[in-house]
Design a protein around this ligand. Structure first.
Ligand code: GLV
Length: 320
């Protein structure tokens, strides 16, 4: 009997091919770029499984062309790149990779928070530009953390992992989410549930940990930026469209807020005009989960899901 066929839309850690090759024919995109929509449709059309990444737009029209696909395993916790309803209608299982990237992502949110508040990037540039001619008390003054308030937009796994880290820096934690968490969870993290407006008005730092849905699209826009403290910083390691990036650029330029640490962008890999020229931002190319063991675990989790579905079993991280 012919082996089932699996498409890897990008090269992934070796563990994936090691896991799949014994029982499947694996077709890997060897180019150092994503497939175009047409290439993706052509490559995926006759595959039994697709291991996808977050830059693959797997919409209803692409799903409609999948002849044999039984599972789409997204190597990411977020799955807003996939039309899960269309997949469900076609009987295709969709899986993601929750849990294994929680710590790495939370680490990176703190890295961005610290970097933007303490002006690490401009300070580094200053030295490299040969401008450090002597110490001075007023040099590179940034924002303090201890005693300040961190507002977490989204208090799921990653938001909670950020809360755990932030407590060590002496930050007070408030959070906003669709629903309030049980009191023992709040007490465990020392976190207080607030409404969105209170979070925006009272936080010195806001870190986004929401999945991207129609409800969270532009969760931060012009109106939200207008009521934030002028000394506040925003950190986004979730999805770019959660923030209206053009409005953010205006707010940063006009010093309506103090700064932003961004790992994700509204139209990746493009940046909103003017963003990269601003001094009070730290920018990263969507790398919050890019720690070596974390990425391997994400990849092997996706491969495991493919093997389970192709073997007729239920995968652990099924989204639909
Ligand atoms: C990364 O952005 C992920 O969703 O895992």
């Amino acid at each position: 009997m012919a082996k089932p066929t699996v498409l890897l839309t990008r090269r992934l850690p070796d563990v994936v091919v090691e896991m799949l090759a014994p029982t499947c024919d694996v077709d890997v995109n060897q180019d150092d770029r994503p497939y175009s929509p047409d290439e993706l449709a052509r490559k995926a059309a006759d595959k039994d499984a697709v291991v996808a990444v977050l830059t693959d737009k797997i919409d209803a029209s692409l799903i409609g062309t999948l002849e044999r696909c039984r599972v789409i395993a997204n190597v990411a916790v977020g799955f807003d790149n996939i039309d899960t309803e269309a997949a469900k209608r076609r009987g295709i299982v969709v899986t993601n990779t929750p849990g294994v990237l929680t710590d790495a992502t939370a680490d990176f949110a703190m890295a961005l928070l610290l970097a933007v508040a303490r002006r690490v990037i401009p300070a580094d540039r200053f030295i490299r530009d040969g401008k450090f001619h002597g110490w001075n008390v007023l040099m590179f003054l940034g924002g303090d953390l201890a005693g300040k308030t961190l507002g977490l937009a989204g208090f799921g796994r990653i938001g909670q992992a950020v809360a755990r880290r932030a407590a060590g820096f002496g930050l007070r934690i408030v959070y906003a989410d669709e629903h309030r968490f049980p009191i023992d969870v709040e007490q465990h993290f020392g976190a207080r549930f607030v409404d969105k407006e209170t979070l925006l008005r009272t936080s010195d730092f806001i870190s986004l940990h929401l999945p991207l849905t129609p409800q969270t699209h532009h969760w931060i826009g012009e109106a939200e930026l207008a009521i934030m403290k002028p000394t506040a910083y925003i950190v986004n390691t979730s999805r770019g469209p959660a923030i209206d990036e053009a409005a953010l650029v205006r707010a940063l330029r006009e010093k309506k807020i103090a700064g932003a640490g961004l790992d994700v962008f509204e139209r990746e890999p493009e940046l909103a005009p003017g963003l990269a020229e601003l001094e009070n931002v730290v920018l990263a190319p969507h790398i919050a989960s890019a720690a070596e063991a974390t990425r391997s675990k994400m990849a092997s989790m996706a491969a495991e899901s493919v093997l389970l579905v192709l073997g007729g079993k239920d995968p652990k991280n099924r989204v639909v």
